[in-house]
Design a protein around this ligand. Sequence first.
Ligand SMILES: [Zn+2]
Length: 230
Amino acid sequence: MTPSTAPESAPESAPEPEPEVQPSPYVARLPIGVRLPTPEMAYWEIFPIEGDLQVKLLEPPVLPEPARNGDPGGDECWTCGDPDKDVIWRDEHWQVRQYVKPTGLPAVVTLFPNAHHDLEDLPDDLAAEFGLMIRRVARAVQSLDGIARVHVNRWGDGSAHLHVWFLPRPLGMRQMRGACLAIWDDLLPPMPADEWLDNLRRIATALAADGGTAFEPSAPPPAEPDAASG
Ligand SMILES: [Zn+2]
């Protein structure tokens, strides 16, 4: 038997202490609080920023990590809680959503399963469809004018509901090739809203040609009033 160290008089309602989560050996040997030297990538031809840069100080780990949106113990899932928001195409198992407003690339869209799953708990039947859906959405985005290639990204640190990003690289813009395309999407001037909406319609229509239903994309919210111009 393991002897208990808890006082027998402790009230039953006393909260259980959070179990302490120790950093992994990997994290424990990271140079926390140290500023690492500027990496070689800062001088890559495809790196979008130049000038004097410095790497941020390496911050201590946060353990246990906070729940993501849609995780047990986290806030209600954004995707399940607003099932039609920004959906431009849907079928029985999958949906494609637009971003809320234009960004720098011609049209960035996101693929979600309709049901609340992350990649690791995606049932076998949906996982088998997932590859076909990635190809299908990539082809739909590639069908826009002047697209060299469509890059596919799955991150997932913000929401527990699986979502995959599709980023089209404009044909000829070789400076934007590779992983920095996601940064260029934020740096480039936003697409004109009417062209962006037309691109989203074309993606939804291309998807619906093979099944499912296309929906009219949502216009961006009105721009914030410019205080300087009154
Ligand atoms: Zn969800």
